[in-house]
Design a binder for this molecule. Structure first.
Ligand code: CAA
Ligand code: NAD
Length: 292
């Protein structure tokens, strides 16, 4: 029987961490959010206030429930302040080195005997590789992939990925938690990009090739895929929404992990990232977002 959780810690207060924290708090969990950058935390707090106010406006939540949910969220500036959490959900940049450094620190802060689950929201990186950073004594059996989708409050899926050492108890508890958060957990194996990004990201990458090779202009590529395939967003618009930096990181993991150059990120996609055009979060990517 999965143990009931009371407190969730979220590391990384960006688009994903902010969304995960919001859903956790609304589902009744005490939620502690940490980010290495104070500016990200402030933006995250502001986003929670705005998005939950919208829930009241749309009569999806009562004002009292929103006040209670916001009251359950703490924004903290040190990793130590996460102590006592039943689960840590990491949502920092899609970089294996950064994630491994963080998990090594988490193993020190949360001794394995305490039973705290260490989950990663990675889009593509091997859970076994991340779990390796906690070491044998650090409890690799409690490391798991808990992959939410963007925007977290709207998207139903949590892709659940076991590493080589992940225990049955860890998986059961993460499945129970995902359901308690109103999500549909579905398992995938620990292969580069799992299922979601093995399929989605090469399609997005191909849209950049289509643009680069002049098959059509960006708006037409997106409209064709929206109207012809019933996608809610075209692939280039979706890339901006995800973050072009994240798209490149995911393609790098696919190309290296599957050892196949057909997964290399399109040069035009890489060029936009180098130019700082990271998508919605930067106010500019394939398209312009002057108000963001
Ligand atoms: N955060 C929270 N809620 C949001 C949101 C956000 N960033 N953006 C939109 N919403 C919610 C709003 O509540 C809105 O409802 P209300 O207006 O009633 O409040 C609702 O979504 C619909 O939004 P809009 O009417 O503004 O726009 P829309 O109908 O086009 O829907 C969308 C927006 C839900 C994002 C939709 O376009 C969509 O589903 N796009 C595709 C998203 C997708 O594919 N996500 C997966 C990305 S891949 C991934 O996540 C994995 C990875 O590892 C990269
Ligand atoms: P983001 O750039 O919006 O946010 C990342 C946050 O992590 C930033 O606030 C940054 O300040 C913080 N950060 C960076 N290094 C840190 C560290 N060492 N310690 C603490 N905080 C740190 O990125 P995002 O889109 O939220 O993506 C986060 C993770 O979620 C990535 O692994 C990504 O692949 C994954 N993911 C992204 C999406 C998506 O659509 N964007 C969907 C599913 C999963």
């Amino acid at each position: 029987m999965a143990q009931e959780m009371k407190t969730a810690a979220v590391i990384g207060a960006g688009q994903m961490g902010g969304g995960i924290a919001q859903v956790a708090a609304v589902s009744g969990l005490n939620t502690i959010v940490y980010d290495a950058f104070a500016g990200s935390l402030a933006k995250c707090r502001e986003g929670h206030g705005k998005r939950l106010a919208r829930e009241v406006e749309k009569q999806r939540m009562s004002g009292a429930d929103v006040t209670a949910a916001l009251g359950r969220i703490q924004y903290v500036e040190s990793l130590e302040a996460l102590k006592g959490a039943d689960i840590v959900i990491e949502a920092v940049v899609e970089d294996a080195g950064v994630k491994r450094d963080l998990f090594a620190k988490l193993a020190g802060l949360f001794p394995a005997a305490g039973g705290t689950i260490l989950a990663s929201n990675t889009s593509s990186i091997s859970i076994t590789q991340i779990a390796g950073a906690v070491g044998k004594g650090g409890g690799p059996e409690r490391v798991i992939g808990m992959h939410f989708f963007n925007p977290v409050p709207v998207m139903k899926l949590v892709e659940v990925i076991n590493g080589l050492a992940t225990s049955r108890e860890t998986t059961d508890r993460v499945i129970a938690l995902s359901q308690a958060m109103g999500k549909a957990p579905i398992p995938a194996n620990d292969r580069p990009g799992f299922v979601s990004n093995r399929v989605l990201m090469p399609m997005i990458n191909e849209a950049f090739y289509a643009w680069m090779e002049g098959v059509a202009e960006p708006t037409h590529i997106d409209e064709i895929m929206k109207l012809g395939c019933n996608f809610p967003m075209g692939p280039l618009r979706l890339a901006d929404f995800i973050g072009l930096d994240t798209c490149v990181h995911i393609m790098d993991v696919l190309a290296d992990g599957l050892n196949n150059d057909r997964y290399r990120a399109c040069p035009l996609l890489k060029q936009l990232v180098v130019a700082g055009r990271l998508g919605d979060k930067a106010g500019r990517g394939v398209y312009e977002y002057p108000t963001k």
